[in-house]
Structures are given as structure tokens and as C-alpha cells.
Design a protein around this ligand. Structure first.
Ligand code: SDX
Length: 393
């Protein structure tokens, strides 16, 4: 059945994870949210419409969407005391470090008033996180550039509100271009959920102990930060800048094949997809559109990325190992074209994936059979032995 997988009880854990949220077929390169193909949602839906679908399992009717958008919009503002929290970070703190800390600190505001055992409280927590994470993310960016934190506005759509909090100042307001808002809406949809990836599994494992959802999502943010996971989009840009020129591509490809060299072709390969990541195909197309609209058509990084992709897709090493571009390969180029700095790329991923994290948390916590996760191991340490006094060691 879609989404059902069970660890080998003899090997990993007696835990099995049933989920009805996202279905992936790695061989075919298929991705569906609650049965809807990602290709349709990415180009036809709004991000909050997809958030509702992931949370509740059905596309919203108009009154349901209006209510949902209203609830999210009205909770985008942060508790004023939280603003002091940002001041504690060094000016050049990585925005992901700030995001982990501040999202986790939301526990201090809601821990005593929201019970994980109450369905309505769980829904309120999920709404608060979807509403506030973008505000915290934009505030983290503002702190890192020494500008004042911008308050959200209730008359703006979700993505436009986020872009304005990122780029407006008290001296100059900022109206996001429609192409930027549309590109961000699509990127957020593509990054919203992806079944049991490392960060979602982290959120579920943390939540299985009954921990509050704010702390669980902070744990998910920490896991996503790794360069093998969500941190790859930032690493792809660093890689493209390091390669610098198409003439250097083959040299870096050889490095990527060298087992003794830690270099990996960032944005390539996937734990599940052994075919083209369907999200990468969509992002590649959007990349063209965005770069044309922002008059950056001959963006050297995009040219380099396409050349690198072309060479890798015809290289035996990558073909034999079924290593294809993944969701992170092109996303950084678009973010950069939208004026978003590279240290915010993984933050963008976290803003979108918050919807998937809270959807999985809600699904797990509403299951009466939910038990604490307890992965097992294969012990490979020494057999029993007796203590020796230090003089005899
Ligand atoms: C995301 O799980 C998810 O769904 C994640 C994600 C989501 O939406 O949540 O899709 C988001 O994290 C995408 C992945 C982003 N990460 C990167 O782009 C980093 C570069 N990719 C690699 O680190 C790697 O491909 C992983 C981490 C993504 C997957 O690692 P695996 O599972 O170990 O890769 P594999 O088993 O398929 O590798 C098979 C072979 C190995 O070589 P051999 O031992 O067989 O000789 O391919 C090699 C690997 O060394 N390999 C690579 C490579 N990826 C795998 N060699 C060079 N460059 C690469 N990128």
C-alpha cells in the first residue's frame, strides 16, 4: 500500500511506520501528496492550499481555505519577548542556528498551555508553527545583516509576506514581484513533504516520546541542516562557485568518483530516487523562467549547472549508480536570482518542510496505537570481560 513500510524487525526496529501523507516511487520518479501528483500541485495550487491538503488529507473547499489562510495569517506575529532572543546571537550567526534556537524556544511560550494529547491543541500547535516559522526565518536573516526585524502584514499572501519581511526596511517598503512570489510558492510546495526523510523521521522519533511539537520541529531543523540533506542546496552553490568554469567540470567529476576524496557532487543522488527527482525536473523549468524574467538569462551558474548535469547524466559512474539531480540541484540558483543569500537556502527548505513535519507529527499523535520509537542495533562491540585495576592495564 502507498506509504507503508516496515523495518526488518530482526535488524533495525520492531517499529513500522504507516503513513497516508506522501507516496514516492523511487524507481519511477513518482511523488504524490495525498494521492495528487506533485506536477499538478506545483503549478496549480497555492502553498497554503497544499499545507491544508497535507494536514487534513483533502484539498480545501473555498470556505475551508479562507478560514485556514485567516488562522495562519493571524498568527504570523511573534511574541514581543522573542525579539530579545535574536539579540543573543552573534551578528554573523548562521540563520539555521538562529532558527533551531528560536523555534525550540516557542516551547517556553506554549508548553504549559497546549497538550500533545488534545487533538484541538495539536491542531493549534501545527497552525502556530506554520504561521511563525517564516517570521522567525526572516527575522534570523535581518539579524544577520544588522537590519531591524520586520513585522508581518495581514493583508499579504503567505509567500509575499515572507519576501516582504525579508527585504523591506522601516525606511523602504518592498512589494515582491509576482514572479518572485510565484517561484517561491512553487518551491515551497516542492519542498513541503517527502515521506520519511531524515528530518521528518527525526520529528516523528522525537514526537513519539510525547515531546512538544515546537521542540520536535527544532530537532527536525537541526537534522535538515546537514549537507547530505537540506544543507545540500547551499553546498551546490558553493560547489558551482568552486568549479567556476565549465572547463573544470570533468576534474571535479573525477574527484566525486574518488573514494578517497570526500568531495561529492552536491545535488546529485538520493536515498530513494534512482531516477530523476520529479521535483528537480520542475525546478529546472522554473529556473529558466525566473532567470528570463529577472533578465539574468545567461546566468553563468545556471549554464554551468546544466553543463554539469549533461556530463553527469552520460557518465558511466553516475549512470551505473543511478545518480540523478535531486531537488537541491537547481533550487539555490533560483533563490540567488531572487536575492536570497546562500546562508538562507536551507532556511527556505525548513520553512516549507515545517508543513510536512507538523503533518507527520499530527498523523502520528492521532494514532492511538502510537508507541515510543526505539530503533535497535547490531552490537559489534567486545564480548563480556572483567574490570582490571589501573595498575594492571
Ligand atoms: C535531500 O530523503 C529524502 O527524501 C531527502 C530529500 C527530502 O526532500 O527530504 O529528498 C532532500 O536531502 C536530497 C539529497 C540532497 N543531498 C545531496 O545532494 C548531497 C549529495 N548526495 C549524496 O550525499 C548522496 O547521494 C545521498 C546522501 C543523497 C544519498 O546517499 P546514499 O544513500 O549513501 O547514496 P547511495 O547509496 O545511492 O550511493 C550509491 C553510490 C555510492 O558509491 P559506491 O559505494 O556504490 O561505490 O553512489 C555514490 C556513493 O558513494 N554516490 C555519489 C553521490 N551520491 C552517492 N558519488 C558522488 N556524488 C554523489 N552525489
Amino acid at each position: 500500500e502507498a506509504g507503508i513500510f516496515t523495518y526488518d524487525p530482526g535488524f533495525m526496529s520492531t517499529a513500522s511506520c504507516n503513513s497516508a501523507i506522501t507516496y514516492i516511487d523511487g524507481e519511477q520518479g513518482i511523488l504524490r501528496y495525498r494521492g495528487y501528483p506533485i506536477e499538478q500541485l506545483a503549478t496549480k495550487a497555492s502553498f497554503l492550499e497544499v499545507a491544508y491538503l497535507l494536514l487534513y488529507g483533502e484539498l480545501p473547499k473555498e470556505p475551508e481555505l479562507d478560514d485556514f489562510e485567516g488562522v495562519i495569517t493571524r498568527h504570523t506575529m511573534l511574541n514581543e519577548n522573542l525579539k530579545d532572543f535574536f539579540q543573543g546571537f552573534h551578528h554573523d550567526a548562521h540563520p539555521m542556528a538562529i532558527l533551531v534556537g528560536v523555534v525550540g524556544s516557542l516551547s517556553a511560550f506554549y508548553h504549559d498551555s497546549l497538550s500533545v494529547h488534545d487533538e484541538r491543541h495539536r491542531e493549534i500547535s501545527a497552525h502556530r508553527l506554520i504561521a511563525k516559522v517564516p517570521t522567525i526565518a526572516a527575522a534570523a536573516y535581518k539579524h544577520s545583516i544588522g537590519e531591524p526585524i520586520m513585522y508581518p502584514r495581514n493583508d499579504l499572501r503567505y509567500c509575499a509576506n515572507f519576501l516582504r519581511m525579508m527585504f523591506a526596511t522601516p525606511c523602504d517598503d518592498y512589494e515582491p514581484e509576482l514572479i518572485a512570489e510565484k517561484a517561491l510558492n512553487l518551491l515551497f510546495i516542492l519542498h513541503a513533504d517527502h515521506e520519511q526523510n531524515a528530518s521528518t523521521s527525526t520529528v516523528r522519533l522525537a514526537g513519539s516520546s510525547g515531546a512538544n511539537p515546537f521542540a520536535c520541529v527544532a530537532a527536525g531543523i537541526a537534522s535538515l541542516w546537514g549537507p547530505a540533506h537540506g544543507g545540500a542546496n547551499e553546498a551546490v552553490l558553493d560547489m558551482l562557485l568552486e568549479i567556476g568554469d565549465v572547463k573544470e567540470v570533468r576534474r571535479f567529476m573525477e574527484k566525486a568518483k574518488d573514494k578517497d576524496d570526500p568531495f561529492r557532487l552536491m545535488g546529485f543522488g538520493h536515498r530513494v530516487y534512482k531516477n530523476y527527482d520529479p521535483r528537480a525536473k520542475i525546478i529546472r523549468e522554473v529556473c529558466h523562467q525566473v532567470l528570463e524574467e529577472v533578465a539574468d538569462v545567461n546566468n553563468p551558474l545556471f549554464e554551468l549547472a546544466m553543463e554539469l548535469e549533461e556530463i553527469a547524466l552520460n557518465d558511466d559512474y553516475f549512470v551505473e549508480r543511478k545518480l540523478y539531480p535531486n531537488v537541491d540541484f537547481y533550487s539555490g540558483i533560483i533563490y540567488r536570482a531572487l536575492g536570497i543569500p546562500r546562508n538562507m537556502f536551507t532556511v527556505m527548505f525548513a520553512v516549507a518542510r515545517t508543513v510536512g513535519w507538523v503533518s507527520h507529527w499530527m498523523e502520528m499523535m492521532s494514532d492511538p496505537g502510537n508507541r515510543i520509537g526505539r530503533p535497535r542495533q547490531i552490537y559489534c562491540g567486545p564480548d563480556q570481560r572483567d574490570y582490571l585495576p589501573i595498575s594492571q592495564r
